[in-house]
Design a protein around this ligand. Structure first.
Ligand code: FES
Length: 202
């Protein structure tokens, strides 16, 4: 299990934007009166969306006040779930699936690419501070592994070389094309195969 890195550089305060405050009120209304604490995960997600993809400690205290719950309980949730980032991840956050189907298809070659191009350690910003990477569990695209998620997009059917090209693009501030890197449409078979017995290379 990856140890969560909590940033040493923390803002003193955090506040939701007017728009997110409205959203917060809407989310809280989804729960019965007095059970507003159940909104904690949704509010942490909202913080992350507003704050360039990471959750500062000040935001946890802010949420605790809104939901009338102890700060330590918000902290426990934020540090338990891997989807909350507790330090800056840059504009491009790369998540590499290393669960078994991706792992046996070469996921650790993609990890090598990230170590070489971004940083030797997970959750550490690249030199130009534009991106970071981490290993994650199954992202639900096992048929198209090995794969990575960058922000909200999936990049599939990768190998080390293709991953390096994608990283080079994001380091230059370009937006790489999501989807299969072997030309598949979604999870469709390659070469238009209709059955498993057809020749794969035909
Ligand atoms: S095992 Fe990698 S996406 Fe499922």
């Amino acid at each position: 299990m990856t140890i969560k890195k909590i940033s040493k550089d923390q803002p003193d305060t955090f506040e939701f934007s007017a728009e997110n405050m409205l959203e917060t009120k809407k989310i809280i209304k989804n729960y019965p009166e007095g059970k507003q604490q159940s909104a904690v995960m949704a509010l942490l997600y909202l913080v992350q969306k507003q704050n360039n993809n990471w959750v500062p400690l000040a935001a946890m205290k802010y949420i605790a006040k809104i939901l009338e719950m102890p700060y330590i309980k918000v902290y426990e949730v934020a540090t338990f779930y891997s989807m909350y980032n507790l330090s800056p991840v840059g504009n491009y956050f790369i998540q590499i699936c290393t669960t078994t189907p991706c792992m046996i298809s070469g996921a650790y070659k993609l990890v090598e690419a990230c170590k070489e191009k971004i940083s030797t350690n997970e959750r550490e910003l690249s030199k130009n501070k534009s991106c970071s990477w981490m290993e994650v569990e199954c992202l639900g695209a096992c048929v198209n592994g090995p794969m990575i998620q960058i922000n909200n997009d999936y990049f599939e059917d990768l190998d080390k070389e293709k991953t390096i090209k994608i990283i080079d693009q994001i380091l230059k501030g370009e937006k790489p094309k999501p989807g299969s890197y072997r030309g598949r449409t979604n999870s469709a078979p390659e070469n238009n195969r209709k059955t498993l017995t057809e020749n794969k290379n035909a």
